[in-house]
Write a protein that binds this ligand. Structure first.
Ligand SMILES: [Zn+2]
Length: 146
């Protein structure tokens, strides 16, 4: 019988599923889980990229740091993305994107905050603002008037 150890108050953190964008509570040391809502696998790790890395999809609930020698070619979904090297692909960050002075980024960005250091190269469109709630029709609050 699988043990379903409940995570207690302080030992858990909340993340948002990179697939269905619904909130999930996870254990602090968990590296990956299956989303209880959409059943897809969810990566929770932080990444540090130090070489060429090309994938079809690069998503994590954690953070990604692309080091100076790093070169990522992928659509990225992430918490915070820090770019010191190269990134090619659309970026959707839940927290923010930081493009350091040694970095170059090519692709559209959607994030609540985007910081570019002088000297960094950027080519793409940016959409900055608070993350929109998932539009599954249920997000409109009902207001009762008496
Ligand atoms: Zn999900």
């Amino acid at each position: 019988m699988p043990s379903t150890s409940k995570v207690r108050g302080g030992a858990a953190k909340q993340v948002v599923c990179t697939h269905c964008e619904r909130p999930i509570e996870v254990g602090r040391r968990a590296m990956s889980i299956f989303c209880p809502h959409c059943k897809k696998r969810l990566i929770l790790e932080d990444y540090k990229i130090t070489s060429y890395y090309a994938v079809r999809e690069f998503s994590t609930c954690g953070d990604i740091v692309v080091e100076k020698k790093g070169h990522v070619v992928a659509p990225i979904k992430v918490g915070t993305l820090t770019v010191k090297g190269k990134v090619q692909g659309t970026v959707s960050a839940r927290v923010g994107v930081k493009l350091m002075k040694t970095g170059s980024l090519q692709g559209d960005i959607e994030a609540p905050s985007f910081v570019i250091e002088p000297g960094a190269a950027y080519d793409g469109f940016v959409k900055i603002g608070p993350a929109e709630p998932p539009s599954n029709g249920k997000s409109t609050a009902k207001i009762k008037r008496s």
